[in-house]
Design a protein. Structure first.
Length: 336
């Protein structure tokens, strides 16, 4: 039986037509290289409009690179980043933040369903500096979170405010920012709250590999391109990383496609006979499923994985169909 990857990850989906149309439009004639072209300039302007800020924008190939370069710019090697213990930067980037940051550390914080608990943050901020551990220099937040939940504008502002009052910089991992926006989050609120570097994910939103680094604190811009070059993240043909953002954001597809993914997740959660472990606020569904049932589901061809908290994760994308959700729902009932 050929495996089905419809729900394994939103990375497994094809690219959206709006992204490909923009790529085709960018693939005409000769152009300046290393980001000094008209396409990158236009994409940066589109993103400035999205966040309503006069930010510097750079385009890279992966979320891991975007997060790691961002955190390296916010911390010195003997300092640490405060992040949720199950965040992508803490669990799924193979030490890349520490590698790019020449030794910076990640301090994991607790919090239900992927959202940092305010008291856990407050406790970490109260801890005295010591020569024997890496004191925090930055806070990293994720919206939507690894568990498919979404920080409200107010909740994110409260965490960001506490960090900035303590003298920390703030990074926002927006690998699924489109899904958070479709659920009501406003990226302009993140800017007003004081986020210093925002990563806007394109890949999971329906683009070809493309992530945007939005540098809101312009004091970080000096020699940032040299940092990207040293990290292997200053592509010569940057226009092909930038173009999909024009196609997706200008047409409204960035949020509209994410809204569809979120709706498919809600539909799947309603069909699931297994207990849903986390609130379904974006495009992920996490269910409590024993090993035997998981094996039966895999035997039916559905490729889905057990997550960090022991639940089984189902991710919906812009390309998820109602027919696929219904087929999976029927198979879930069969293996329950």
């Amino acid at each position: 039986m050929t495996g089905r990857y419809d729900f394994a990850s939103d990375n497994t989906a094809p690219a959206a037509p709006e992204a490909f149309a923009a790529l085709a439009a960018a693939n005409r004639g000769f152009s300046a290289s290393y980001g000094d072209d008209e396409v990158c300039a236009a994409a940066a302007q589109v993103i400035r409009g999205l966040v309503d800020a006069d930010a510097e924008v750079r385009f890279v190939a992966s979320g891991t690179a975007a997060n790691s370069v961002a955190l390296a710019a916010l911390c010195r090697p003997f300092e640490a980043v405060l992040a949720h213990a199950h965040s992508h930067v803490a669990t799924d980037e193979t030490g890349a933040p520490g590698f790019f940051g020449h030794g910076l550390g990640i301090t994991g914080l607790s919090g239900a369903s992927g959202r940092i608990d305010p008291e856990a943050l407050a406790k970490a901020l109260r801890a005295p500096d010591s020569a024997h551990h890496q004191a925090p220099a930055a806070l990293s937040l994720t919206n939507a979170t690894e568990y498919g939940t979404v920080y409200s504008n107010e909740a994110l502002a409260a965490l960001t405010g506490a960090a900035r009052e303590a003298g920390l910089k703030v990074h926002l991992d927006g690998a699924r920012l489109a899904n958070a926006m479709a659920a009501g989050f406003d990226p302009k609120a993140a800017v007003k709250a004081g986020v210093d570097i925002l990563v806007i994910g394109g890949t999971k939103a329906g683009m070809t590999p493309a992530e945007a680094l939005v540098i809101l604190d312009k004091s970080l811009v000096r020699r940032f391109d040299a940092r990207l070059k040293q990290s292997g993240q200053l592509p010569s043909k940057s226009r092909f990383y930038a173009a999909p953002f024009i196609g997706m954001v200008e047409t409204g597809a960035f949020v509209e496609r994410a809204a569809h993914a979120n709706a498919m997740a809600a539909k799947l959660a309603a069909l699931s006979p297994f207990k849903v472990a986390h609130p379904v606020e974006a495009n992920g569904v996490f269910v409590e499923m024993d090993g035997a049932a998981h094996k039966r589901l895999l035997a039916k061809g559905w490729q889905v994985y057990r997550f960090l908290d022991g639940t089984v994760r189902f991710m919906c994308s812009w390309a998820t169909t109602e027919e696929a959700v219904e087929a999976l729902g029927a198979d879930l009932k069969a293996v329950a």
